[in-house]
Design a protein around this ligand. Structure first.
Ligand SMILES: [Zn+2]
Length: 83
């Protein structure tokens, strides 16, 4: 049996943890003020959650992807079977 043919321990695969603090970077500046126009209510049929629209063009309609998916599925089903 040869030395050096042993597998590396799994813990050595991720050396990235613990390096952020020594980088000296300042935290990113806050986003520019978007104004109250970017506050919205989720367009989901069963959801009344509010959200802040951080998209570039202000086209966000749902609080989460889950709501967007649920609404798209509901629209699809209503198209498929009108009654
Ligand atoms: Zn929602």
């Amino acid at each position: 049996m040869q030395p050096g043919c042993r597998l590396q321990p799994a813990a050595r695969r991720r050396p990235r943890h613990g390096r952020l603090r020594s980088s000296g970077l300042t935290p990113p500046p806050p986003r520019p003020t978007l104004g109250p126009a970017r506050l919205g209510v989720c367009a989901g049929p069963t959801c009344r959650a509010t959200f802040v629209d951080l998209s570039r063009n202000g086209s966000k309609q749902y609080c989460t992807r889950t709501c967007a998916h649920r609404a798209s599925v509901a629209a699809y089903r209503s198209r498929r079977s009108p009654r």
